[in-house]
Design a protein. Structure first.
Length: 94
């Protein structure tokens, strides 16, 4: 079975997402500083590949992103602000 270019790109994008997540978790939980730095470099590399692949797919119409309305944007901002405030309350209890 031959994969079309679009299918290969979708598979590669999924792989880059998974690699990025794996490197993020490994980097966050690494006790060895030299290894942490190397994981960070690998993480940055996968993010770069992901970004280039995403933009190439988006330009070809292979990856559609919805356009958010002003209300959706404001709701997302408010949600993040509330989460940040709750996080700060947990870090600095009264």
């Amino acid at each position: 079975m031959d994969l079309l270019e679009r299918e290969m790109a979708q598979d590669m994008l999924l792989m880059e997402k998974q690699l990025t997540q794996s490197y993020t978790l490994a980097e966050m939980e690494c006790a060895n500083e030299a290894l942490r730095q190397r994981l960070h470099q690998l993480h940055e590399g996968t993010e770069s590949v992901h970004a280039r692949l995403f933009h190439a797919m988006h330009q070809r119409g292979w990856y559609q992103t919805p356009v958010a309305g002003q209300q959706a944007i404001e709701t997302a901002i408010l949600s993040w602000e509330q989460k940040e405030a709750r996080g700060q309350e947990r870090e600095n209890p009264r």
